[in-house]
Design a binder for this molecule. Structure first.
Ligand code: ZN
Length: 374
């Protein structure tokens, strides 16, 4: 094996190590990279870390990615993101066909050989908390760089670039890790072993400071209720597959007691949550069970669609359970529930700001309209 092949094999092993562990990675979340001989190998869009192989990585010119910073882009955000994407595609090594992860610019900013970017629930318990930044400073001091909430894509990468330079100016070195508010964490190191050491250290420090852990023990709900909700939802939804996933556990039972208790899980913590489980669950009150349940659920469902331009991806039925139309939606909503519980240790939950949520939702609504009209 030549050296590059060996390094890529190590990158694949490292990626799978985190990819198969739900404590670190859910659905298609997270991405990894390697720098070798002026080339950046970064996860391509649409691959999952758990099963990634050589084809899941795109080879890119580090110099061309660096050159993006000297360019001027349109002020309009859609035009800007399109132009940046074109330049990113242009930065691929000849023969590469896959589309790099949008977070490639961030990978290229860090000087370390290996970079692993993840969205672990435990870490997001800190990054999605009211006192997240304050606690990050107390727990990790100068080891971490905190990045406040900004629009994903080029703007986020630019903010990270500026803050990294500031940090290097002050400390003469890059931070051990970067915490992105309402998003996740970047850790860079020269070897996979050292990446693992850094992740372990951060995760165990956070564990030690938890005041409460969510209770995912099972909680039984009425079979009759589950059946009638499933039937009502399959009648009300037009984009849904017939398969409906439902779930209940002790932690959810607590959240589903009333709309007040539901508040800490009633919006989106990170972009992944918006994409998979929706920006806001539909709340269905207990009262639907005392009348014509099917009709009442349909009214709630239609109102949601009218108000938001899309169908709800997550339906929260009081004292009954969570219902989704895909397994990933359910998995990501359960992640929301977990993150919300962890934020209690760091000052309480802090959702993404509305304008940030709308930034991500804009294209989602457009996509839905196109699908419905097409
Ligand atoms: Zn990310």
């Amino acid at each position: 094996m030549d050296n590059t092949t060996e390094l890529i094999t190590k990158l694949i092993t490292l990626s799978r190590h985190y990819g198969v562990n739900p404590e670190f990675v859910l659905a298609g979340g997270g991405n990894t990279s390697l720098k070798d001989k002026n080339v950046l190998y970064v996860k391509a869009s649409g691959h999952t870390l758990a099963s990634i192989d050589r084809k899941g990585f795109v080879a890119m010119s580090q110099q061309k990615l660096q050159d993006i910073w000297a360019k001027h882009y349109p002020g309009n955000q859609d035009q800007r993101e399109d132009a940046v994407l074109l330049d990113m595609m242009e930065a691929r090594i000849d023969g590469e066909a896959a589309r790099p992860s949008v977070e490639v610019l961030l990978h290229n900013l860090l000087p370390q050989k290996y970079v692993v970017h993840l969205h672990p629930a435990l870490v997001n318990g800190l990054t999605c908390a009211i006192k997240g930044e304050e606690n990050a400073k107390q727990l990790f001091g100068e080891r971490v760089l905190w990045i406040p909430l900004v629009n994903p894509g080029y703007v986020l990468a630019k903010v990270v670039k500026d803050k990294l330079m500031e940090f290097q100016g002050e400390h003469g070195a890059v931070p051990e890790s970067i915490l992105l508010q309402n998003h996740g964490i970047f850790i860079g190191a020269e070897t996979p072993e050292s990446i693992k050491v850094k992740y372990r250290s951060i995760m165990s420090t956070l564990q030690e400071h938890l005041k409460r852990k969510p209770d995912f023990g099972s909680f039984l709900v009425s079979e009759d209720r589950r059946k009638i909700v499933e039937k009502s939802l399959s009648l009300a939804a037009d984009t849904a597959s017939c398969e409906i996933y439902s779930c209940n556990n002790q932690e959810l039972a607590l959240r589903l007691r009333d709309s007040q208790k539901f508040l800490p899980v009633s919006s989106a913590f990170t972009p992944d949550h918006i994409v998979y489980s929706g920006f806001r669950p539909l709340w269905v009150p207990d009262s639907v069970f005392s009348g014509d349940t099917e009709a009442e659920i349909r009214i709630l469902f239609d109102d949601y669609r009218k108000q938001n331009g899309i169908e709800p991806k997550t339906i929260a039925v009081q004292n009954t359970g969570i219902f989704t139309f895909s397994e990933n939606a359910l998995v990501l909503f359960l992640d929301t529930v977990q993150v919300a519980a962890y934020t209690e240790s760091f000052g309480g939950h802090l959702f993404m700001a509305d304008d940030q949520i709308n930034f991500i939702r804009t294209w989602e609504v457009e996509k839905y309209r196109a699908k419905v009209s097409g």
